[in-house]
Design a protein around this ligand. Sequence first.
Ligand SMILES: NC(=O)c1ccc[n+]([C@@H]2O[C@H](COP(=O)([O-])OP(=O)(O)OC[C@H]3O[C@@H](n4cnc5c(N)ncnc54)[C@H](OP(=O)(O)O)[C@@H]3O)[C@@H](O)[C@H]2O)c1
Length: 223
Amino acid sequence: MKRILITGATGFLGRHFVTELLRDDPQSRVHALVRPKGQTSAQQRLAALELDPTRCHALAGDLSDSGSFAEQLPVIDEFWHLAGLTEFHEDKRAQLERVNIEGTRQALKLAKQLDVQRFFHISTAYVCGLTSAPVPEDGLLPSPRFRNPYEETKYLGERLVRESSLPWVVLRPSIIMGHSRTGAVESDKMVYGAVKACHLVMRLPGRLQPVIRLRRRAPRYPA
Ligand SMILES: NC(=O)c1ccc[n+]([C@@H]2O[C@H](COP(=O)([O-])OP(=O)(O)OC[C@H]3O[C@@H](n4cnc5c(N)ncnc54)[C@H](OP(=O)(O)O)[C@@H]3O)[C@@H](O)[C@H]2O)c1
């Protein structure tokens, strides 16, 4: 039986990921690090995802806290680190650093305490920053420039993973819009939210028609 510890299970990617993980390996057991929110406990938040409660257990915790969770866990084989902050504005820099860099440091520390066989880190394709040069799969560019603090903090988080002595795997998705087979899209982030809003407006009764004007602009940065 494989025991997996996951962070970010309540997120856009995590919810689907845990469902698929449990489906693909009927022997696996998942322990999810979940933050309590307001009056809602970690257990209640995980239960809301409607996963098999006999195979999926909540561990209440926040990666920004320095507390250790290791003693509350059984032997863990794999650690999947999905938790991250996906905000892009400069005024979120401090929170981004706390979650994407320090949170990753905490996850690595916990993985080491648990002596896991493998640490899987969900990075992003945007760790390449602003470059037109080929981006190596097996490393990071030495010092790219970034569009926003999200890219920068994900870069620094991935660097911590690569420098660690754990057996790690780094995965770099680009932009996840929805399910590859069903086509279902849930994300309200960025342009998808606007497209969904337009779609809703088009279904309103009456003659209201949204107009989207797309203009090509010169890139803000030299390639
Ligand atoms: N979505 C994409 O297109 C995309 C593309 C490339 C890479 N990624 C990466 O994939 C991962 C998941 O992204 P997503 O789109 O699923 O993001 P999301 O929907 O915002 O989910 C983020 C998850 O991280 C958890 N989290 C944040 N801060 C935490 C903390 N301090 N302690 C514990 N858990 C914390 C959140 O918990 P709460 O529910 O408590 O907030 C949530 O479960 C991220 O690392 C992101 O950088 C995403």
